[in-house]
Design a protein around this ligand. Structure first.
Ligand code: 26Q
Length: 808
């Protein structure tokens, strides 16, 4: 079953080094050895990938195609070795060859081909699809530059390019033979031939899409799927006649135009940038993907009429929504089908997952831009819109509802409505979120087609986010309950039985303590900050967004700080607040909040009263690999979004699984965490969704709270005054009290402030009773199994994809 023994690995690595670098193990650098490891594992996985595809073809199995503009993969070496069951052998072989496995793993750059939750979710699902032996493939863009590297300079975020491909590309296998052509712009010419209307796109710019495949090995199986990343190349070679005439720029113009498409990931999270290059990226990868799927389907079955029986296309939010008109185009223009037949196939192939209810994140494209870049796709989209609108008119007889559900309205293409019209399934990502979609965001559409709407609560790859990154905890779980949980995450429940076992609770406490020490050492090495492992590690890590309310966390810390000024004995237990967050480069308020966190951290560092009591650390460049060090060491998980705004959250699940206790609102998947944990195992606070709505209806006036509550008053005044670095945060002060082209305190920080302080107080009190605390922690781990990606993917397989999967 295992891919390699230690000896075989040593041999394979030695010969890879020789063939690739002409070096022996003694001569090779760490980077060269890392590359050799990647190549050896890639070869082994590629072989399994071939077998898997053969088997899928032989069995004529239905295949899942997971389309996403983002796959936040992180590092692969340790993960792949783990899934192949050769992690101990690899470590040993490297040791024999004179290398430290841990150092090599740390050297690997993160494949940061995503922004945050949505991208990481896609990566976790790839793991589960392989492990559950579902024939599947992921599709995205092979960005040159992933999510930017964040540096903090004088307290502020600076973005640096993320050149991940140097070493990271060792995992990629280019398949130039399987390249596809994608056409942009030009004009349409229609003509009749043989009783058929033909449409050709003349004068279009053609970009070549070259697939680079990354193998995704499952755990405890030979099943291996692939993540196909499309690279953009110019079709025309550089025009040498122009080149020799010295017209260098003209010669390379087409090449540059083509290659800019795969240059960089858009760094916006939960916010739409309506740029034409983004639309080109979307069509580029969607068109290449559908062409490649259709081509393979035709080769296997000789017809596209059964396309929907053998393929299902899951789209990760609306970003790949163009699959709908693109599949229609292929079925009509290339396969010669009627509209109705093509529509029937399309609407039985595509399923849509929504990840956000924020208005600014719902994708809309100006019709004229859409039409100019994608003339044929526009025609088809307009016809989809026309027919859908007719259906809505006949159903509602209500102009207001017709406007709300329209795909094209007022010169704007609305991608979510396109997905609802053209998809067979629409799902939210937590119970609460899916309910909000049905009763609010997509209320009308769901009245018309209620059977399409469903929920699949998110899940995380528990093998990566527990077993692999927290070996001490994995060891304890295996000691107590065996290793069954790796394939059956619900087996974690058995841990509940040990809640009364002092010995087990003590071991759990020691594990957390060791992990905290390791993390402190890591942070010291990475950015020089000194963490006290005896203090509470209270953590908020996620993208920076106002709705996630990092600022609420900061306001509470300022209040604590001010209390310490009045009474230096106000804090008994040292408390470390850790933040990690990237702000979208164009999101000025988010950047100000990062600056504020750093100003406050600096103030506290320089105040002797805080010594040994209070500390704030901003973790630079928060990313998957940093999260892997952090989660095992975390004790408090901050999940404090305004109720109704966070679709699910997945960081919350990672913390829970590693034994941190949650301070949180009843939002997203926190609601379902509360369902399994009860009030007694988490620290809930704040307004519920319905109370948020009611408060907004009756007219929320934050100034009243400012005038009435002396703590709030003093904290906000401190924002205006600023700290020892002399920076004033009167803009944030103004945003909370007066608003600025938006309602004052849009996310209700002040409304929840008192309740939040109280929750933090309850949490700190609970920390003083270590037995109680560790009992709670154990219950959190025990009940986190429901948040495994395996469970989520099994639900998709059963209820949406209708494909079988491995049960164990
Ligand atoms: C769209 C158009 C143009 C440019 C950027 C975008 C864009 C990119 C990324 C819009 C949204 C996103 C990302 C959204 C996201 O990450 N949502 C999160 O998804 C998680 C997985 O379901 C949830 O757990 C989070 O609650 C949700 O915020």
């Amino acid at each position: 079953m295992t891919a390699f023994t230690t000896n075989q690995l040593e041999e394979a690595l030695t010969s890879k080094l020789m063939v690739n670098f002409g070096k022996t193990a003694e001569e090779a650098s760490d980077a060269e050895m890392l590359r050799a490891c990647a190549l050896v594992l890639r070869d082994a996985m590629a072989l399994r990938g071939v077998e898997t595809r053969k088997e899928t073809k032989r069995g004529e199995k239905r295949m899942v195609h997971y389309l996403s503009l983002e796959f936040l993969m992180g590092r692969s070496l340790q993960k792949n070795a783990y899934n192949l069951g050769i992690l101990p052998q690899l470590k040993e072989a490297l040791g024999h060859l004179g290398f430290q496995a841990g150092d090599l793993f740390e050297l690997e750059p993160d494949a940061g081909l995503g922004n945050g939750g949505l991208g990481r979710l896609a990566a976790c699902y790839l793991d589960s699809m392989s492990t559950l032996e579902i024939p599947a493939a992921g599709y995205s863009i092979c960005y040159d530059l992933g999510i930017f590297k964040q540096k903090i300079v004088e307290g502020q975020q600076v973005e640096l390019p993320d050149n991940w491909k140097g070493i990271g590309s060792a995992w990629l296998l280019p398949k130039p033979e399987e390249a596809q052509q994608v056409h942009f712009g030009g004009t349409l010419r229609e003509f009749w031939d043989n009783g058929h209307l033909h449409i050709v796109q003349e004068g279009a710019t053609t970009v070549l899409a070259v697939p680079c495949d990354m193998e995704i090995a499952g755990y405890d199986t030979r099943h291996t799927n692939v993540l196909r990343l499309w690279d953009a190349k110019s079709l025309k070679p550089v025009d040498m006649s122009l080149y020799s005439k010295g017209e260098y720029f003209k010669a390379t113009e087409d090449e540059a135009m083509a290659e800019v498409i795969a240059k960089v990931l858009y760094p916006d999270d939960n916010h739409v940038e309506g740029k034409s290059l983004r639309l080109k990226q979307q069509y580029f990868f969607v068109s290449a993907t559908i062409q490649s799927i259709a081509e393979k389907h035709l080769a296997a079955y000789g017809t596209l009429t059964n396309f929907h029986e053998k393929n299902v296309i899951q789209i990760n939010d609306t970003h790949p929504a163009l699959v709908i008109p693109e599949l229609m185009r292929i079925l009509i223009d290339d396969a010669g089908m009627s509209w109705d037949q093509a529509w029937d196939i399309t609407t039985h192939s595509v399923a849509y997952t929504n990840h956000t209810v924020l208005a600014e994140a719902l994708e809309k494209w100006p019709q004229d831009l859409f039409q100019r870049i994608l003339p044929r796709i526009w025609q088809i989209t307009a016809e989809i819109a026309r027919r859908w609108q007719e259906k809505c008119e006949n159903f509602f007889h209500d102009p207001e509802k017709v406007r709300d559900t329209a795909v094209v309205w007022d010169g704007v293409v609305r991608m979510a409505n396109l997905c609802i019209a053209g998809g067979m399934s629409v799902n939210g990502v937590s119970a609460l979120h899916s309910r909000i979609l049905k009763t609010d965001v997509f209320k009308n559409a769901s009245e018309m087609e209620p059977e399409k709407f469903t929920n699949v609560t998110n899940g995380i790859d528990h093998r990566r986010w527990l077993a692999e990154i927290n070996p001490r905890l994995d060891g304890l779980i295996c000691d107590l309950t065996g290793g069954a949980y790796l394939m059956q995450p619900q087996a974690l429940r058995k841990l509940d039985a040990f809640a009364g076992d002092r010995d087990v609770l003590l071991r759990l406490a020691r594990i957390k303590q060791e992990n905290k020490k390791d993390f402190a050492a890591y942070v010291k090495k990475q950015q020089g900050a000194v963490l006290d492992p005896e203090s509470i590690f209270d953590v908020q890590v996620k993208r920076l967004h106002e709705y996630k309310r990092q600022l609420l966390n900061v306001l509470h810390i300022i209040a604590l700080y001010q209390r310490l000024q009045d009474d230096p004995n106000a804090i008994v237990r040292p408390h470390t607040f850790l933040f990690g967050a990237k702000a979208a480069p164009g999101y000025a308020v988010a950047k100000r909040i990062i600056h504020l966190i750093n100003s406050l951290a600096d103030q506290i560092d320089h105040d002797p009263v805080c010594k040994g009591k209070l500390k704030v650390v901003f973790l630079e460049n928060y990313r998957v690999s940093l999260a892997e060090h952090l989660m095992p060491a975390s004790e408090v998980s901050q999940q404090i979004s305004t109720a109704g705004k966070e679709a699910s959250g997945t960081g919350n699940m990672k913390f829970m699984m590693n034994g941190a206790l949650t301070v949180g609102t009843l939002d997203g998947a926190n609601v379902e965490m509360h369902d399994v944990l009860g009030d007694e195992n988490m620290f809930l606070f704040g307004l519920h969704t319905d109370e948020v709505a009611a408060l907004r209806r009756e007219g929320y006036v934050p100034q009243r709270l400012y005038n009435r509550d002396p703590v709030i008053h003093r904290v906000l005044d401190a924002l205006k005054t600023g700290f020892r670095d002399g920076v004033s945060y009167d803009d944030l002060y103004g945003r909370l009290l007066f608003g600025d082209r938006c309602p004052a305190d849009e996310y209700l920080l002040l409304a929840d402030f008192a309740a939040y302080c109280d929750a933090e107080k309850r949490m700190a009190a609970a920390y003083e009773d270590p037995v109680k605390w560790n009992e709670m922690s154990l219950h959190n781990i025990a009940r986190s199994g429901v948040f495994a990606a395996d469970r989520a993917v099994a639900e998709y397989a059963e209820r949406i994809w209708h494909v079988p999967y491995r049960r164990s």
